[in-house]
Ligand binder design. Sequence first.
Ligand SMILES: [Zn+2]
Length: 281
Amino acid sequence: MTSRNPVGAHVPVAGGLATGGLKYAAEIGAEAVQVFVANPRGWALPEGKPAEDEKLRAAGIPVYIHTPYLVNFGSPSQETLAKSIATVRHSLTRGRAIGALGVVVHTGSAVTQTYDGAMAQVRDHVLPLLDEIPEDGPDLLLEPMAGQNHMLCAKVQDLGPFFDRLENHPKLGVCFDTCHAFAAGHDLAAPGGVKDTIDALIDTVGEGRLKLVHANDSKDPCASGRDRHENIGAGQIGEPPFADLFRHPAVAGIPFLIETPGRAPAPHAKDIETLKRLRDT
Ligand SMILES: [Zn+2]
């Protein structure tokens, strides 16, 4: 099969984006990586180190950036909105420097304002960011959330209004997180659940937009609305849906990245090994 999915992980970058990140990736057998280029719980916008950037570019594996968790284009706070714009712009610029294929951003929450008000902000502020991305820059990947708290997008069908507001921009893509989708009510563990969900995703955004999978099992049952990741096969999703996901034609060749619990390399190495087995058998 020519369309083998790289299996990798979100990797810690202590010691340097490439020095630390690629060392961790090698320890766990990751074939693709996702990194933070800023404190995930802050608004600081650090400069890159050119030598590290070059080393990561030269690594020859798919690289992705996850934007900090505070980013929310639906926020009624003008301060949060301004910082969200600056942060995503920073991640996109850093992404180009490290040769990232995509920058993942959470679809956000309306918090206390109306859905339409929040979505107008998405259009007004995300569309110009998409237009700024040079042709050889990363895609901006929307990641639907687990639901609750006035989330703008949880079910895959909720991506439709995002693609409408953002005019199906050529630099717009999707990151599908299995734990989020399961928590939002897509029963991936039911017979045909993966096929139904991915078919609905493709019906909503069209072919070629799904660019990345976050492969996480879920501690909580389907439709819980809770976003608590579990190691592959140890949660409520279980192993078989991941095997199904590798076999859906719309997922061919797309990297699978784990964001599962465990600080030591051992649980991550096991998750990667499990996913490779499900992919290859
Ligand atoms: Zn995720």
